[in-house]
Design a protein around this ligand. Structure first.
Ligand code: NAD
Ligand code: DAU
Length: 340
């Protein structure tokens, strides 16, 4: 049996760690080993990798994808790359975008260039629906022109184009995935769902931006990870694959579901100043992933949300210390109220 050595960048973050736990878990392929390359920024969680730490098919390399020497050395020792590492939080890119350009654009360049030079078999670049920009109706296909708005989205769009340019120019087997908003356990408590749930569990209010009518499509982390594996194992070089969740909700609708799940009342919602340049709606058409790879989101949203809320309720140890790290809008976002 051929053994595949996979370098997973950003594997200590929310989606990357889930991917690694799945690959090395009981239902993962037996013929792969994984090295996580992660800088361990504020968004990383070392304990998210605890379940795989004892595996002889797992290794952790603490490094920066912008470092060409260390990144080149690690890439050279692997057959494939699955690239999650990024600055991922839109609000932070509005406050200060320098690190977004450095990691997302320059870091991706360092990585894909090393992949080309060392003859990597397959390079999966994990991207986002935000690169298509905001749409009020319909859904964006892989052929829709890119129209990113936030500095985060622009840095991701740039990284997609750099990665794809290596396929067109050098023939590197680059595959790009673009997914919608992920949710599930082990998500850093700065994104809407974990921020609101942990606020409610701590007796605080929840800060809803603007009128709360912006729409996101929610994708369970298990579905996303399955979609990425389908692309890694069955996708075509140079192709882009959208991965959607199939549950579109306004932020207000989602917040009401979260309040219900936490047994909290509606007066816990605090309408706050809108995000600058706040995109109204994203929606990806994932019919290509379905037709070519058999991808379909399977997780029922109500069930997935209830499991997620229960996980945060039962795993305070995991998120309490991380919340302290989430320095950005802590003061503005946090307002007192009775516990739920
Ligand atoms: P995350 O913020 O939870 O994790 C990012 C990880 O990357 C962290 O472990 C961090 O330490 C690491 N990292 C950051 N800079 C690095 C660098 N210079 N070198 C090495 N490692 C570095 O992010 P996430 O939510 O897990 O997102 C993973 C990927 O998926 C990102 O590329 C993001 O753009 C994309 N994405 C996320 C979502 C979502 O809903 N979370 C949706 C669409 C796409
Ligand atoms: O669409 C995919 C993207 O989803 C990913 O590429 C990003 O990495 C990921 O962070 C996420 O971006 P969003 O900006 O959509 O996610 P966030 O959880 O920050 O916000 C979701 C919605 O909720 C958005 O409309 C803004 C709103 N919001 C967010 C926060 C943090 C609030 O109303 N209040 C908040 O406190």
């Amino acid at each position: 049996m051929t053994h595949t050595r996979i370098l997973v960048t950003g594997g200590a973050g929310f989606i990357g760690s889930h991917y690694v736990r799945t690959l090395l878990g009981p239902s993962g392929p037996p013929d792969v080993s994984v090295t996580v390359l992660d800088k361990m920024t504020y968004a990383a969680s070392s304990s998210s990798l605890d379940p795989v730490r004892g595996s002889d098919r797992f290794a952790l390399a603490i490094a920066d994808i912008c470092d060409p020497v260390e990144t080149g050395r690690l890439v050279a020792e692997h057959d494939q790359v699955v690239h999650f590492a990024a600055e991922s939080h839109v609000d932070r890119s509005i406050s200060d975008s320098a690190e977004f350009v450095r990691t997302n654009v320059l870091g991706t360049h360092v990585l894909v260039d090393a992949a080309h030079r060392h003859g990597i078999e397959t390079f999966v670049h994990v991207s986002t629906d935000e690169v298509y920009g905001s749409i009020s109706t319909g859904s964006t296909a892989e052929t829709t022109p890119l129209s990113p708005n936030s500095p985060y989205a622009a840095s991701k769009a740039a990284s997609d184009l750099i990665a794809l340019s290596y396929h067109r120019t050098h023939g590197t087997d680059v595959r790009v995935t673009r997914c919608s908003n992920n949710y599930g356990h082990h998500q850093f408590p700065e994104k809407l769902i974990p921020l609101f749930v942990t606020n409610l569990l701590d007796g605080k209010n929840v800060p809803l931006y603007g009128d709360g009518l912006n729409i996101r499509d929610w994708l369970h982390i298990d579905d996303h990870v399955r979609g990425i594996e389908l692309v890694r194992t069955g996708g075509r070089p140079g192709e882009v694959y959208n991965i959607g969740g199939g549950t579109e909700l306004t932020n207000r609708e989602l917040t009401h579901l979260l309040l219900e799940a936490c047994g909290a009342s509606h007066d816990r919602i605090e309408y706050v100043t809108d995000r600058k340049g706040h995109d109204l709606r994203y929606s990806v058409d994932w019919s290509k992933s379905h037709a070519e790879l058999g991808y379909t989101p399977r997780k029922n949203f109500v069930e997935g949300l209830a499991e997620t809320v229960a996980w945060y309720r039962d795993n305070r140890d995991w998120w309490e210390s991380l919340r302290e790290r989430a320095a950005l809008p802590a003061e503005e976002n946090v307002v007192g109220a009775p516990a739920c």
